[in-house]
Design a protein around this ligand. Structure first.
Ligand code: ADP
Ligand code: MG
Length: 247
């Protein structure tokens, strides 16, 4: 379980996160949704040890942290631009991450990297370098690399925003399957993506959580779906600061 309480963060004297309170249960897929600049990436960076915070507390299961979270192999982040090592092929990108996490045995490295590349449908391109892979394939390698470390918690920061719609739709569906039983915090500014993926959608505006919507499951392109979408649209654009929306 992840529990964020009264989290505050400023850059110089500008407050970018105001009293964030958020809980993500085991196995829950939580989507952080908000316009550009609303504070989504800052929350993920704090949770994945890339940024400190000013006050409040963050708990992962029974460990509580203040100011800075130590890095751990149990928490992995996937960024928008997949951050693969360009000088390593797909398989070696995964092996490198595994080595950094302490795995030394050659057979183990081989087996784990093969297993996760196959899992994301890339068993046949394991020797290719990032520059010769498509954006969608690079993002799959990044997902395979993160999953290979078997983290309990996965953070994803707009991982599909650079991909074309068909590749994106395929990866969205695969990601849901691949992350069953993990805690996921997925950041997006895309309302459809949030509704499709989220067990819970947390709407951010100007560094504040203004709404949580649980189980937003509706068939796309139905009247109810459009109604929900328009409610969320108003929230992320700050046209209203809370709507009592019953689902
Ligand atoms: P989002 O991911 O929702 O687009 P961010 O978390 O990246 O938003 O940014 C939230 C706010 O914090 C923005 O106003 C941004 O300019 C500011 N910000 C983010 N990182 C820094 C930084 N390292 N230094 C100064 N301001 C920052
Ligand atoms: Mg961002």
């Amino acid at each position: 379980m992840i529990e964020i309480s009264n989290l505050k963060k400023s850059f110089k004297d500008i407050c970018v996160l105001h009293d964030i309170n958020l809980r993500v249960d085991d196995g829950e897929f939580c989507v952080l949704l908000g316009a550009s600049g609303s504070g989504k990436s800052t929350i993920l960076k704090i949770l994945s040890s890339l940024e400190s915070f000013d006050s409040g507390s963050i708990k992962f299961d029974n460990s509580e942290f203040k100011n800075q979270i130590p890095s751990s192999k149990d928490r992995q982040i996937i960024m928008q631009h997949y951050s693969l090592m360009p000088w390593l092929n797909a398989e070696d990108n995964i092996k490198f991450a595994l080595k950094c996490s302490g795995i030394k045995d050659k057979n183990k490295l081989e087996n784990i990297s093969k297993k996760y590349l196959s899992l994301v449908g890339l068993g046949n391109i394991s020797k290719k370098y990032p520059h010769s892979l498509s954006g969608g394939q690079c993002q799959r390698v990044a997902i395979a690399r993160a999953l290979a470390l078997d983290p309990q918690v996965l953070f994803l920061d707009e991982p599909f925003s650079a991909l074309d719609p068909v590749v994106r739709a395929n990866l969205q569906n695969e990601l849901k399957d691949l992350t069953k039983n993990k805690q996921v915090i997925f950041v997006t500014h895309d309302i459809d993506e949030a509704i499709l993926l989220g067990d819970k959608i947390v709407v951010l505006h100007n560094g504040k959580i203004i709404k949580e919507i649980k189980n937003p499951k509706f068939t796309p392109n139905t009247p109810k779906y459009f109604e929900l979408k328009s409610v969320i649209y108003k929230l992320i654009n700050g046209e209203v600061d809370n709507i009592e929306y019953m689902i």
